[in-house]
Design a protein around this ligand. Structure first.
Ligand code: BES
Ligand code: ZN
Length: 633
């Protein structure tokens, strides 16, 4: 699309529109001070009193109105006999009526919407029946449900059927199910999903190849899971079983490419089982979502949700599959009970991801990825406060997503890798295997891990590692000075070439890039000087064809450099990239870079206006802020 089309809308029109009226609701900070009673600051649930144990969902998918409509039956356990109320989380749910499930005639139950807190939604308080019979909540979702994205047929690759997918982590399950939406509570579930169009429904449960002719799909999830792992997807989906435990679900045009790209998934499962014990979820399927999916991947049990942007054609970005698979142990089996302990999920998972990558793709690839990740960790810590750099994050955040930073993932990972190096791999592997077994299907806090670590590892190996060092990792900012950063000869060689190129001793054509992998290209791009001349940019592009690279990560890095150096030749690709991809990790830095240069503000706003309708709520929330978009409503 020619640039001028995007420049038509004046930025002032958008910026001057009035701020929407906020509903009266308590802010998170004031609620945290006033309410001592919430066990999980991000949930209204009182699971110490009454705990939901099983959910039976029955939902109609109404694409035309962008709503789910039906009921949820909840089974529960009363832990405090004198308590007669069940408190659930909800956000933007239309509750119609609540009943008890038994044979009595008057089976209506009293209920009311309780406290509303900005960002958390509204408590749903239900008077429980004396006999503890299950309760049935009739409800429907709203089109703006934060956990659901509704796509029109035009927004899919096949363009014939609409598409729906959920993203419940961290606290969006409550926008499509009335539930105790806290990772401290686990439940099993059964579900019936009713669809009209010629589409297939999938859940984070047992799926199969059957296409229901009557549009009624039934599912069961027998392992207890937290609410954030409940997921749904509905669309024109085809399935291909690629190995014993792995099937791919995708729109037909990408099914084959996905089957090739993710071919080593079965080996990843075997490698992880060899380290940490059996995969406890039966099937491990991959659902390839449309490109608007805001994340790289989401570890929905039995069925990871995956961005199509990692289909590179050469399996070079499949560590993301290793990551989502690893969550089947770290996260889905042993879960952080509070979001502030997210590192127990993500740090462990990033560590295991690296172990899986090493097992299936070799040490070189793992080491290159480690070095790239370390570099970004150091860079991002430069913009963080001291507290934000601590693994045990002492900040009370209203938005639990704030607990997912590179510290959570990568400092967590390097911490575990460091312990491994101190005690030796066999000892640490054995320890982790035992840890997953011990806490299987439980939700824990950092203290639980630290005590277990002390009891079962540190005490036995006090000559090699001590609790003081552990404390430094957990409670000090930055990286400990006793940590040795990863490095790889493959990158050292690249650095040498970049230096010679910068000094004019090496021409662009002479750069030895013949056998570079994706990771080497990424390092090369990151090693280039921040400021380059247009001649240098043109030369690099002419020699290496960066502007037209299909690999989404390489294209991302090049587009970032192009923005920073105002290399306009790449802008058409940039527009295409930003309007066809909704993965936050890939688009957010590009918008941020555009907004750093006031000459590019109009460009940013115009490409955003064009792309925003296709983005997910999660992306919209972040990018609105970056480009200064004000909603008119
Ligand atoms: N569980 C996360 C995704 C997530 C995090 C969703 C926080 C909502 C809130 C998933 O496992 C993840 O970490 N995805 C990464 C993959 C990467 C680190 C390999 C992503 O999407 O980029
Ligand atoms: Zn993860």
């Amino acid at each position: 699309m020619p640039l001028k089309f995007l420049l038509l809308l004046p930025i002032s029109l958008i910026l001057l529109t009035a701020c929407p009226q906020k509903k009266t609701s308590q802010s998170f900070q004031s609620s945290i001070q006033s309410s001592q009673s919430r066990l999980d600051p991000h949930s209204f649930s009182r699971h110490d009193q009454v705990k939901v144990t099983h959910l039976e969902l029955d939902l109609k998918v109404k694409f035309k109105h962008k709503i789910l409509e039906g009921f949820a039956i909840l089974n529960y356990q009363r832990l405090t006999p004198e308590v007669n109320q069940l408190v659930l989380d909800s956000r933007d749910l239309k509750i119609k009526r609540v009943e008890m499930v038994n044979n009595s005639k008057n089976n209506q139950l009293n209920w009311r919407m309780g406290e509303t807190i900005e960002g958390l939604g509204t408590a749903l308080v239900i008077d429980l029946p004396k006999d503890n019979s299950p309760i049935k909540i009739h409800y429907e979702t709203m089109p703006q449900a934060s956990g659901l994205q509704w796509l029109t047929p035009e927004q899919t690759s096949e363009k014939t059927q609409p598409f729906l997918f959920s993203q419940s982590q961290t606290i969006h399950a409550r926008s499509w199910i009335p539930i105790q939406d806290t990772p401290s509570v686990r439940l099993t579930y059964d579900a019936t999903i009713r669809v009209k169009n010629d589409v297939k429904a999938l859940l984070s449960a047992d799926n199969n190849d059957q296409k229901a002719i009557d549009g009624v799909y039934t599912f069961g999830m027998k392992q207890p899971i937290p609410a954030y792992l409940i997921a749904i997807a509905v669309g024109d989906l085809q399935m291909q079983q690629i190995s014993k435990h792995v099937a791919i679900y995708a729109e037909s045009s990408i099914l084959e490419a996905a089957a090739y790209e993710f071919a080593v998934t079965e080996n990843m499962i075997s490698a992880t089982e060899a380290l940490y014990g059996p995969y406890r979820w039966g099937q491990y399927d991959l659902l390839i979502l449309p490109p608007s999916f805001p994340f790289g991947g989401m570890e929905n049990p039995k069925l990871s949700h995956i961005t199509p942007t990692i289909i590179a054609g050469d399996r070079s970005l499949d560590s993301l599959i290793a990551h989502e698979l690893a969550h089947s142990w770290s996260g889905n089996l042993v879960t952080n009970s509070l979001w502030k302990d997210a590192w127990l999920n993500e740090g462990f998972t990033s560590y295991i991801e690296a172990r899986i990558t090493e097992a299936v793709h070799g040490q070189d690839r793992m080491q290159m990825e480690a070095t790239l990740v370390y570099q970004s960790l150091i860079d991002s810590m430069k913009d963080m406060s001291n507290d934000e750099q601590k693994l045990i994050n002492p900040i009370a955040s209203a938005d639990p997503d704030d607990y997912f930073t590179s510290v959570t993932y990568d400092k967590g990972r390097f911490f575990l890798e460091w312990i491994e190096q101190q005690v030796g791999r066999p000892v640490f592997d054995q320890f982790l295997n035992q840890y997953f077994n011990h806490y299987a299907f439980k939700s824990i806090e950092t203290d639980d891990f630290v005590n277990y670590l002390n009891q079962h590892l540190i005490k036995q190996h006090s000559d090699k590692v001590n609790m003081n060092q552990i404390d430094i990792w957990l409670n000090q900012p930055g990286m400990p000075d006793f940590f040795t950063p990863p490095k790889t000869n493959r990158f050292i060689k690249i650095d040498q070439q970049v230096n010679s190129w910068v000094n004019g001793q090496l021409t662009t054509e002479k750069i030895m890039s013949q056998n570079w992998t994706t990771q080497e290209w990424l390092h090369f791009l990151r090693a280039l000087p921040g400021e380059m001349t247009i001649e240098q940019m043109e030369k690099l592009d002419a020699t290496f064809g960066f502007t037209n690279r299909k690999n989404s990560e390489i294209a991302h890095d090049w587009l970032l450099i192009s923005i920073n150096n105002q290399y306009q030749t790449a802008y058409a690709r940039l527009i295409d990239y930003l309007s066809s991809i909704g993965r936050v990790k890939l688009i957010k830095p590009l918008y941020q870079a555009l907004m750093k240069n006031s000459d590019l503000h109009n460009f940013a706003m115009n490409v955003y206006l064009k792309s925003r309708p296709g983005y997910h709520n999660i992306a919209i929330k972040q990018i609105d802020e970056i480009v200064g978009y004000v909603k008119t409503e």
